[in-house]
Every structure is written in C-alpha cells, then in structure tokens.
Design a protein around this ligand. Sequence first.
Ligand SMILES: [Zn+2]
Length: 628
Amino acid sequence: MEFIDLTVKKDNEGASNLPARPDQVAGKAGKGSPAQGGAGNALARTGGVVRHWSGYEYSGGEAGGATGGGRIGDRMVAKGLITIEQLNVALQEKKISGKLLGQVLVDLGFIDELTLVQFLAEQSGNEVFDPKTTIFDADALALLSKNEAKKSRVLPISMRDNVAVVALVDPYDIVAMDSLRRVLPKGTEVKCLLSTPSILSDAIDAAYGYSSVIEDILKELDSDSANPDDVTKLTDDQAYTHPIVRLVNALMTEAVKTGVSDLHFEPEENFVRLRYRLDGVLFTAQILHKKLWNGVSQRIKIMSKMNIADKLTAQDGRFNLNIGDREADFRVSSLPTVWGENIVLRVLDKSASIKPLDKLGFSPHNLELIHRSQARPEGIIIVTGPTGSGKSTSLYSMINAINRVEVNIQTLEDPVEYSLPMIRQTYVREGVLEFADGIKALLRQDPDIIFIGEIRDGVTGEMALKAAMTGHQVYTTLHTNDSFGALPRLIDLGLKPGMIAGAIIAIFAQRLVRRLCVNCKEEHVADAAECKILGVDPANPPKIFRAHQGGCQLCAGQGYKGRVAIAEILLMDEDLDEIVARGGTKTEVRRKAVEKGFKSMRDDGILKVLDGLTSLDELASAVHVYKD
Ligand SMILES: [Zn+2]
C-alpha cells in the first residue's frame, strides 16, 4: 500500500507539496515506459531515457520514434492481456492518432478499461477502485461538491486519522490534487485508488446522487418512492444506488467507524430493533420500520451468500467490505424467530491496528512476566478466557512484539483476525484443513514460532506439545476460566501430566472490564464493605471512582468508554512442573504459585479500581470479588 505524501505546508508553497510528476522532476524527458516497482517513485533511468508511469494516461513506448513496443506494451503481451499482433496494430494507430497507448488499446477494443487500470495499478503499486465493494463516507463526500469532483476527476471516499482515501484517474493530476489540497486539513496523507474515467464518472454520479446518511435514506424509504422488496433482482451496478443497499452500507460504515463488535437485527411484531455491541455492552442504535425488514434482511443474506429463499432454517455466511481504507470482515448468522429472521453480524476490523503490549493496560508486574515468558525459546504460552475476553488482542500484540526478520513466525487461525506483516498466516477450516494436520504441515516449513488459534481436541494438544518439545515457541488459546484451569483441561483432553510438565512456559487468563469515562467518573470515599473487598484498612479508606448515572456526551451516556484488560499470569517453573508431573491438583499448584507471588485477575482488577481506571461494580461483573 503506497501513500502519496500530500503534506500541506504553508499556503504559499503551492504545488511544491504535490507528488511530483516524474517528467517534471526530470525536466523535459523523452517518453518512456513504466518503471519497475513502486508508484510513489515511479521513476527510473535506463540508458538516458526517463521511464515513468503517470496514471491512466501513461506514456507508453518508444523513445525517439523507435518501433519497439516499449516496456508497457511488452509487459501487457507477456501477461497475455494482448497479443503481439494487437500491440503492433495499436502502435501503428498510436502514431496516427497521437493518443496514448492504453487509450488506443481500449478504443480498438483489445482490452477493456478495467483490465487496463488493474494492470496499471499493479505496475504502480496503487490499488484499484471498485465502486461495488466500496462504501462512501458521507463526511468525506462532503469535502467536495459533485461539480468539483466531476471537474477535477477525484472522488473522496473516506477520511480518518489523517488519511484520506480518494479514487482518481491519475495520481499525478495537478487539478485533482489541487482541489484536494484546498479542502483537506494540513498534514493529511492521501491514499489513491485508481479508476478509469468512465467508472469514476459513474461512481461520482452515484455517490453524490444518493445520500449515504442513515437518516436521509430512512426518510427516502419512508416516502416510498422505491420498492424495498426488489433488492434480489439488482445487478451489481444498480445495487449501490438502491436505497436499501445504501441503508445497509451506511449501517455497516457507522458500526465499523464507531468500533462496534456486533450488530443485532432483531425483528419484533411491528418493528426491527438494531442493537450494537460496543465495549462488550449492547445498546439500541436504530428502530427500523418493519416494512424494511424484508429488503434489509435479503440484502444482508445476498451479501453473505446465504440462501435467500430459505427463511426457516438457521444459516451462516460471511462477506467483507472496504470501508474507506479499512477492510472489515463480517461473519453473519441468521436464526428464524416468530417475528422473522434474527440476524447477527460480527465485525472483524482487519485493519484495526495492533497495539503495543504496554498499551493494553497490563500492570508492570504482568508486563515483566510477559517479557520473561517470551524470552524462553521453547515451550507453550497459553492464553485462556471466554470469547470476547481480549485473548486475540493480547496474543497478536505479544507475537507482534517478537516479530522480526530473523525469526519465522507461522500461524494457524480460524479466522485470521488481523493481518500481520512478515508473518505467514494460514486460515484453518473445518473439513478442509484442521488444526492437527495444519501443525504437521507447518512444522515442515521450518518455523521458530507457531501460533495455533485454539486447542480444541487431544490430537491438536498433542501436536502442540510435540512442537514445543522440538524447539519451538508455541502460542495458543484454551477455553478455561482461569490460568490454573488450563492444567486439568489439558489432562481431560487426554494429555499425560508427564508430557505437560516442562512443556508449558506460562498460562495467562484475562477479562476485559470497561474503563470509566475520564470526563464524568465520580469520586467517593470507599465505605466499609468496599474496603473489605479492596483489602484495605477501613480506618483509612481510599478514594475510588464509580460511573456517573447517565454518563455524558463523551461516553455516549454510558459512564464508561473503552476497555482495559485485567489479567493473571502463571509462570511455570521447576517447582510447579514437579507438582504437575506427579499429578498434583490445581489447588496444590495454586497454593505453591501464590506462595511464589502469583497475582490473580482479582488482584489485578483491584489495583485498577484503586488507580481509578474502573469501578468496583464493573470489576464484580467480570470476576468474583469476594474472596473465597
Ligand atoms: Zn462520560
């Protein structure tokens, strides 16, 4: 993914901030063909001829009128896009018309516009704009009027975190870049998606002709000019202008933008409630008229490749969408209820960035234990916790922390939740590639570090142990309540205590608790009961915080905003291994561990209450706060 630096400096610096056209950089240069490699710097010198690529309107071919096809034509031939005969015809035609080679090839019907753009994007390291899978952000569209967009041939798609994604025909187009520079905040990076003139023009019509704001679409649907039931017959091209399709897209965009993890469409007798799960808690986001449900549910089922005719059985499916510069995966399930199909979408934001370990809220004590675990080159690191406890986030951050060129890290995942650079990630699918077979195949790939999504059965467990005992560092997850629970769980799966002892580096357990909103949290002096839970002297009570009823604007009325992990880490050592090897109970292991300074999730949570990060109420909902 290439970014063109469009850092806007002082106003009087003018066009100097624009990505320089290679031919301007090099002065008056002969025509050349595209350079090998990236777009940001699509400039290379070969025998005194500056070869460059400049978007759709590239120069193809011959310096000094030579008859050769130039690299671009040759490469198209090599890729099998055109034949050598077609290239020769096009070069003749090019001489007569004076047009650009790509345009000539399109005019002659030898290649279609989209194929040409795909080829050019590939050559330049940009991505291709596909209006059918792109969702427009209403805020980004508002940056330019439709007329400006048409005139400068640029379509703003999204705007987030100082990165603007735009579709255009030529990333070196001064007019397009100028009009962007006028409207973008200073320091904005621009990511270009390439398009053909005709696709871009249609997309501008579509994007500006139809609202992508939820309230507006609902009003439009209310006026009933469109029949909400005909979404099944739309062609791909019609689809992105249809109000139901735009409504579904707008809802997905809003969900991904606000960081929602699940969308629940719940039909009732007279309406459909849409609830979002944010920070682990559900809240009502929209109430939709029941008449829309047929269209909306059909649209979601079409996107997820479900059977739309079947409304009586449970189904599941998935789809992905480009929402601006982020790629989001949606896992969809439908379940018939008395009032229609209930549909739940789980959002996996693949481009959500992986946070550094020290930003996840681990205590200094736990961070130290993580570093010590990761320093051991062979053995298993197990992370436990129920679904939604933040296991994956912690694991990805840990793996990313040790990701460097000298080590080969390979993963087996179901699903692949984040993509990590340099790490080979394999998607495990039931019936296609199972975890146990995957580990066998993976071990032949000479890995140093292996991440196995989950140990679900004895065979996988045994393979993981074998990998750990043959010099690999293995990361995996298990469904247990606390770290000590992992030991009997592995034995239940059929693994021998003698095998487990010595193979495990550490066992983590964690939960997520909501962070108190910093803007509206309320301070109070802990009462006697609270002091007892906190383990402090009631004669000298600390000040702690609770959520403000009704919250504030910053936390959308919740009193909490974001979440923080509370964790416990059981670092295995010889003494603990010895207890495991002779078949000792988890209580024995726990007693010994506590003796050696083990801190439980409860202990970690209490520290976070005392630090004012969360409330005792919130902690109590995640772990048992009363000591047993
Ligand atoms: Zn607040």
